[in-house]
Design a protein around this ligand. Structure first.
Ligand code: PRP
Ligand code: URA
Length: 209
């Protein structure tokens, strides 16, 4: 089964608390999400492989580590996942970015895919799927299905806030995928919103509604 990594750090916790506050503006919400994504990136990439290369320092030549993979592919689930891209790109500017557009039906909560575009060579790269919210898990499961159908084998999922239901759904459908989250909340309300959560992440990022 895919491992659940809860990235707990006082800076992340304090920033997430500000994001949860309904009085936080879209501008601040976006900035906080970017900052948290960058901080989470440090842990998400902890196990990335390195290889030794020879480098000549001003003193002598010796062997030093560099990242084994030339690039990683960051895949935001539109729309809200876009809010996590800039922070990760700041940390890993050599990354490529693919997009999957999914929207949940307001009644059934079942997601529908409306957009899919990946950069060349993504199948063999390490793929980092990002979306602030893991609620029922339907969107994450579908996004990972889409990627696997096209040959991806190395996928990790990054969410800001998750609930046990969503985590269980992803672990059941994709036992090979590790999940990285900043917080695990109590559960879902009758509209499949995370409780206490932070509301509708897409609306808060883009100021819609
Ligand atoms: C939200 C969120 C996730 C999804 C999570 O997107 O950004 O993609 O819901 O819910 P789930 O785990 O139950 O699938 P939404 O469909 O509201 O679209 P948006 O990002 O365009 O607002
Ligand atoms: N999508 C959101 O944006 N927020 C939730 O709480 C659940 C799904």
């Amino acid at each position: 089964m895919g491992r659940l990594h809860v990235i707990s750090h006082p800076l992340i916790e304090a920033k997430l608390t500000r994001m949860r506050d309904k009085n936080t503006s879209s501008q601040d919400f976006r900035l906080l999400l970017k900052e948290i994504s960058l901080l989470m990136g440090y842990e998400i990439t902890r196990d990335f492989e390195t290889v030794q290369v020879e480098v000549e320092t001003p003193i002598c030549a010796s062997q030093f580590p560099v990242l084994k993979q030339e690039f990683f592919t960051i895949v935001p689930i539109l729309r809200a996942g876009l809010g996590m891209v800039d922070g990760l790109l700041e940390l890993m500017p050599f990354s490529h970015v693919g997009h999957i557009g999914l929207v949940r039906d307001e009644e059934t909560h079942v997601p529908t895919e409306y957009y899919y575009k990946m950069p060349e060579g993504f199948e063999t790269s390490e793929v980092i799927v990002v979306d602030p919210m893991l609620a029922t898990g339907g969107s994450a499961v579908d996004a990972i299905n889409s990627l696997k159908k096209r040959g991806c084998t190395n996928i990790r999922l990054v969410n800001l806030v998750a609930v046990p239901e969503g985590i269980a759904a992803v672990q059941a459908a994709h036992p090979d995928v590790d999940i990285y989250v900043a917080a695990v909340d109590e559960g879902l309300n009758e509209n499949a919103y995370i409780v206490p959560g932070l509301g509708d992440a897409g609306d808060r990022i883009f100021g819609t509604k």
